[in-house]
Design a protein. Structure first.
Length: 522
């Protein structure tokens, strides 16, 4: 029996491992990196079903049991991402004697500068934060089957992302548009449904995880979508419950240790005719049990909202374009979910004849801003493509971006990153202030498509609230400019509910759309 241990850190995916002589001491692993055990085992029969393999990792009284997986050619892997620095030891367990009872240890060291720790829900419950405490300001996009395209097309997508504003990308495991990689399971014949759900094709999943890790190199979260309703011919999303369970456990073991991974159980779950709400609830329970790294989890709908208050949901993933055409509707979503809300699909920028694929750049950016004002987050994609076919667009296959919204979303991301921690909250939205921020510290007022030439400076504030002075900026969200307003606004009580500066009652505005005002306490 031979055991090798590899480190998978910020530099991306190493070449597929082959069994090697055990080292006397494993290399040091950085916090939130990956300590990988590679073990020789049987390849006869069906190792995906016949062999059970896991390891328990221990540190300072804490134990974490991590399932392993079969990677083909008699190779078994266990991937663990240590959450704390210091010495860790491990012991394997298996129903196969040669894989059982193996032991070892490694040292977990401080993370390197490029190591972005996993994203969690912030303590306030409505935003996101990295495990090291750094706020995560979500500006996401969707490229459904980019990871399944040719190597050249994937490289083009990654190069586009290198200079794009997006820090989260939604991507399908199973293909939904023309793709190069289409067979996650071993083929048994030539028909569309001639495949064996009990036997994965490791090469397919190895190729996919390479894309996850390349996103990690760019600082991008991979929001991995496990099921979808768009390929009834192959039927990968219509397996039996036992096959679904096997698939969920397999991907959780393969990818759960990657610190940039989020789980989305399904895209448009309510169109998958073969599964009920009970089936989705069950699969979430399977995923939670199979993922000791506890990555973020969501599910996405088209018509019927899933109950996002269920305990296995960490944040709401919502498809609803009109909900982010004003801040009040956006804010209501997080008040019902009581969790962070990401409007991952709000209709796309593009030139398609389809009603869901023809927003202008201005409309796309406006929805991001209204979502922000409501204390939520918004997702992008675009559908410019040959013959106006979204299957071949950025949305379907990745490639290059043609829309006008991405530079403005980069500007918005900068505004967000300069803002309060952990994020923007709606302020007195029930009373039509259309203001977000953090009370008494930071305020954003967004005007959308309106074109006022002035605004009466009125901020929410009660008698006993603190009174502060603020500096103000006029933000042109389309032309991407910030113009300071000279002087300071010193707030006094105006009435029972509001504060103002009686010496400076108004701010002159440029009289054009897409303007915002920012007030920062001095």
């Amino acid at each position: 029996m031979r055991v090798s241990r590899r480190t998978m850190m910020g530099s991306g995916l190493a070449a597929a491992a082959t069994p090697a002589v055990a080292r006397t001491r494993a290399p040091a692993i950085e916090r939130w990196g990956i300590h990988e055990l590679t073990l020789d085992g049987p390849s006869d029969g069906n190792p995906f079903d016949d062999v059970e393999i896991a390891a328990t990792f221990r540190h300072d009284g804490r134990s974490i049991r991590v399932p392993g997986f079969y990677d083909g050619d008699g190779i078994y892997r266990i991937r663990f991402s240590p959450p704390e620095t210091g010495p860790w030891d491990w012991t394997t367990e298996s129903n196969i004697a040669p894989l059982n009872g193996k032991v070892g240890r490694f040292d977990c060291i401080a993370p390197s500068p490029g190591n972005h720790s996993p994203v969690r829900v912030s303590p306030d419950g409505f935003h996101f934060v990295h495990a090291d405490g750094t706020p995560f300001r979500q500006i996401g996009t969707t490229c459904y089957s980019w990871a399944l395209q040719s190597d050249a097309k994937c490289a083009q997508t990654l190069e586009t992302l290198r200079s794009a504003p997006f820090n989260k990308l939604r991507m399908l495991v199973f293909p939904n548009v023309p793709s190069v990689a289409t067979n996650p399971f071993v083929r048994t014949g030539t028909g569309s449904r001639d495949w064996d759900p009990t036997r994965f094709d490791p090469a397919y999943f190895r190729r996919y995880e390479d894309r996850i890790l390349r996103l990690r190199q760019l600082g991008i979260q991979a929001d991995v979508i496990l099921f979808h309703p768009y390929d009834e011919a192959r039927g990968y999303s219509d397996m039996r419950r036992t096959d679904d369970e096997r698939y969920v456990r397999y991907v959780a073991a393969r990818w759960g240790a990657y610190r940039n991974l989020w789980w989305s159980m399904a895209n448009e779950w309510d169109l998958v005719k073969s599964k009920s709400v009970d089936d989705w609830d069950h699969l979430f329970r399977v995923l939670v049990a199979a993922d000791p790294h506890d990555r973020l989890r969501s599910i996405h709908q088209i018509r019927r909202y899933y109950d996002h208050r269920k305990p296995w949901i960490t944040h709401a993933s919502v498809q609803n374009g009109p909900a982010v055409m004003d801040d009040i509707r956006a804010a209501q979503h997080r008040e019902f979910a009581l969790k962070p809300v990401v409007f991952d699909e709000v209709v796309y920028e593009g030139d398609s004849d389809q009603r869901w694929a023809n927003l202008t750049g201005q409309q796309m950016v406006e929805r991001f801003w209204w979502g922000l004002m409501g204390g939520t987050y918004v997702g992008h994609s675009e559908t410019f493509a040959p013959d106006r076919n979204p299957d071949f667009s950025w949305l379907g296959q990745g490639g290059t971006l043609r829309g006008t919204s991405p530079p403005r979303l980069a500007f918005l991301r900068k505004i967000m990153e300069e803002g309060p921690v952990p994020g923007i909250d709606p302020i007195e939205h029930w009373w039509d202030y259309h203001i977000g921020g953090q009370p008494h510290e930071y305020y954003l007022k967004y005007f959308g498509s309106a074109q006022p030439k002035s605004w009466r400076v009125t901020l929410p504030g009660r008698d006993k609230d603190p009174k502060h002075s603020f500096r103000a900026d006029i933000i042109d969200t389309w032309n991407m400019t910030v113009t300071p307003v000279p002087g300071v606004f010193t707030m006094q009580q105006r009435n029972q509910y509001d504060v103002h500066d009686p010496a400076r009652p108004e701010i002159a505005l440029p009289g054009k759309p897409w303007i915002a005002l920012r007030f920062i306490k001095v």
